[in-house]
Design a binder for this molecule. Sequence first.
Ligand code: MTE
Ligand code: MO
Length: 306
Amino acid sequence: MKFIKKKSFFIKENKVTDKKAYLNRRKILKGIGSLLFLPFGSEAKIHNRYYKYEVNRPLTKLNIIKKYNNFFEFGTSKQIWKSAQKLNTDDWKIQIEGGKFDNISIYHEDLLKFLNIEERIYRFRCVEAWSMVVPWEGYELSQLIKYLEPDKNTNFIEFETFYEPKQAFNQNQTWYPWPYRETITIQEAMNPLTFIATGVYGQPLPKQNGAPLRIVIPWKYGFKSIKSIKKIKFLKKRNPSFWEVIAPKEYGFWANVNPNFPHRRWSQKEEKDIGTGKMYPTKLYNGYQESVEHLYKGIDKKVLFF
Ligand SMILES: Nc1nc2c(c(=O)[nH]1)N[C@H]1C(S)=C(S)[C@@H](COP(=O)(O)O)O[C@H]1N2
Ligand SMILES: [Mo]
């Protein structure tokens, strides 16, 4: 497969090879913090952080990103950050099903030794009509997939979260189809926007945000961005995901952001920025249309946007 490098969403000069220099940049950035405002479609160079397009609003403060979460394993409110600290993320292994590493468990730490770590500033849109802007740190999912060498007939990748009812009390609620599962197509997974986050604001990913690794798919509703991944499966046929099992008419497989396709119970036209409380008009594919719409040629619009 061929990939176009240097797309406009790439954030340059921010490879986290030199941690000290990186943290210094953080200090500089702190000063301008939330004054950061980039008109949509513009380009900006802010000290050493350079990025282009897609961010038409201030970065959301770390403290807000860390204290307003959806992580149903730890409860159904937004205030789960304390209970999420119970999750044991030491010596985290990921089990692979299919491809070259079929049935093998790999330490995430070992993968990090050779994967290229970078920063990506993405807007993040929850299906509940709130949003934020996050400077994630991590790696392109395509890098990992190339390493794992899936079989040629792989159509989907399924991700699974842990099942640890002793650590995550809400997993004792047996009417939920635990563990949390999400699936994307192999083409979506190989899209250069699709990211595995291992950090935020230059810090290791907080447990409540899905440590030690979670997906970020910025053009889809947030529920697709599965946290604390324990299993990666290469599949020919997909299985229903966690939310699809719970409410198939409300949370579908594609879940691409679209202001003109309301949720069954509310409008998706606008979204509330959790950092500022400001309302913004929602954008088709959350503003990432240019990079992803080619993935959906010929697919019925009735299914693409929920
Ligand atoms: N394992 C797991 N992953 C999950 C969820 C969850 O409940 N469990 N919630 C999803 C939803 S609905 C959203 S909006 C985002 C929230 O990510 P954040 O808490 O880092 O903002 O995580 C997604 N990933
Ligand atoms: Mo969400």
